[in-house]
Design a protein around this ligand. Structure first.
Ligand code: NDP
Ligand code: 2IT
Length: 444
């Protein structure tokens, strides 16, 4: 049996009940087979794949807090410190009721390759809790964040592990987490990214994932003789990534006609009004259905189905496994030419294979959404220097990083004879740097 198949079998056997983790590992190992087969003996002798698929450390802890009714609540918190070969662990925190070890291991594993692709010195990690911020008061969110950090602070540090936001963790949560870290440790250091601008945050971090997604999409289209100008775009989600992807797509001349949340989706043939969306989502923390109540001519549809809306470009920006085979077929039937993943692993394996087979331009999340973590690393640089760069300087660096990621994925795909397969290209390019660093550092 090949080394890759052997390790895949081992991962499934050793991590029962973790389907998302299996899915992420399988996708990466399938594309790495091209590289591994050429160096099988060497990689086997140093147990490279066994080590790459085993997190360096998983911390799991109790998070007790008191709700507004005076009742004690208990959540489960985690930090998965996956791989520190090329830098301190770096990756977001997710607060969502579906959070479990499988989801955080898949996200941590993806983060290792994503962070490598940015070209910056950051290892991979992910964390979070099965806490649902929806419908909670600010005081409840603060109580939860303080309790979460009281435990997490033992394991993180500016040169050790630097968390940030993800689903359910935005500026408000990062503020409460940072305040508690500082209070317990006495350190004013860049231990979290996505901080507010008054206490060490970086300009552009809020916009970075969405903007970066659109920069790499534009670059991919440019190489195919196309551009976003005049294109119709459908974006799922209406959180941080979706909103700023929509903003930048609009600035580049595209028309975004749909957004969604976990209840349903809105369609606005005139182009979504982002001022209205921001007011609903960023200010009032409301539901996307309220858009249709405010904007005449727009339509809200309850449930899934956003991918049946005809578009040229689709940007899934909500969550994992939100774009299935039937959705991919609907996109292709309606003439869509490009899919780029703002979320992590939003496209199922079957749907990805179908889109690749139909020769759509397809950019996987670990390349397409890397602008967020890349800008987090720029925030770390500014914190270390004790300086703040201008919006234009950070945005320019972000743009260059995204163009460079496109080039790395395209180059690796071409080198291994799978031209324009950016799934394989991104996995291979991300892997090469981590593998080289792991080899150099011995069996650790
Ligand atoms: P937010 O919490 O800001 O927004 C998440 C959005 O996705 C909301 O509209 C939410 O709807 C929707 N959503 C979440 N879970 C589900 C679900 N199970 N089914 C349907 N819709 C869902 O998160 P982000 O925008 O930060 O993150 C979105 C995606 O982007 C995630 O996959 C994340 O891992 C990824 N990502 C984020 C980065 C960042 O910098 N923030 C960087 C790179 C990737 P509702 O409000 O109804 O829950
Ligand atoms: O998935 C991701 O890359 C993020 N949620 C951002 C991580 C970060 O450290 O900025």
């Amino acid at each position: 049996m090949s080394y890759v198949s052997e390790v895949m079998e081992r991962v499934v056997a050793k991590n029962p009940g973790e389907p998302e983790f299996h899915q992420a590992v399988k996708e990466v190992l399938d594309s790495l087979a091209l590289v591994i087969d050429a160096h099988e003996e060497e990689y086997r002798s140093i147990g490279l794949l066994e080590r790459l698929t085993e997190p360096e450390r998983i911390i799991s802890f109790r998070v007790p807090w008191v709700d507004d009714q005076g009742k004690v609540q208990v959540n489960r918190g985690y930090r998965v410190q996956f791989n520190s070969a090329i830098g301190p662990y770096k990756g977001g925190l997710r607060f969502h009721p579906t959070v479990n070890q499988s989801i955080l291991k898949f996200l941590g594993f993806e983060q290792v390759f994503k962070n490598s692709l940015t070209g910056l010195p950051i290892g991979g990690g992910k964390g979070g809790a099965d806490f649902d911020p929806k419908g909670k008061s600010d005081r409840e969110v603060m109580a939860f964040c303080q309790s979460f950090m009281t435990e997490l602070c033992k394991y993180i540090g500016a040169d050790q592990d630097v968390p940030a936001g993800d689903i359910g963790v935005g500026g408000r949560e990062i503020g409460y987490l940072y305040g508690q870290y500082k209070r317990i440790t006495g350190l004013y250091e860049g231990v979290l990214t996505g901080k507010g601008l008054t206490y060490g945050g970086s300009l552009v971090r809020t916009q970075a994932t969405g903007y970066g997604l659109v920069y790499i999409t534009e670059e991919m289209l440019r190489h195919a003789g196309e551009s976003l100008a005049g294109k119709t775009v459908v974006i799922s989600g209406s959180g941080n990534v979706a909103i700023y992807a929509a903003e930048k797509a609009g600035q580049l001349g595209a028309k975004v006609v749909a957004l969604s949340d976990s209840n349903g989706y809105i369609y606005d043939a005139d182009g979504i009004r982002l001022d209205v969306v921001k007011e609903i989502k960023e200010v009032r923390r409301g539901r996307i259905r309220e858009y249709a109540e405010k904007v005449p001519g727009s339509v809200y549809t309850e449930g899934k189905g956003i991918w049946t809306i005809p578009c040229d470009v689709a940007l899934p920006c909500a969550t994992q496994n939100e774009l299935h085979l039937e959705d991919a077929k609907a996109l292709v039937d309606n003439g869509c030419i490009c899919v780029a993943e703002g979320a992590n692993m939003p496209t199922t394996r079957e749907a990805t294979d179908y889109l690749l087979e139909k020769k759509l331009l397809f950019m996987p999340g670990k390349a397409a959404n890397a602008g967020g973590v890349a800008t987090s690393a720029l925030e770390m640089s500014q914190n270390s220097q004790r300086l703040s760069w201008t919006f234009e300087e950070v945005d320019e660096r972000l743009k260059r990083i995204m163009i460079d990621i496109y080039a790395k994925a395209a180059d690796a795909a071409a080198r291994y004879g799978v031209k324009d397969n950016f799934v394989a290209g991104a996995n291979i390019a991300g892997f090469e740097k981590v593998a080289d660093a792991m080899k150099a550092q011995g069996i650790v």
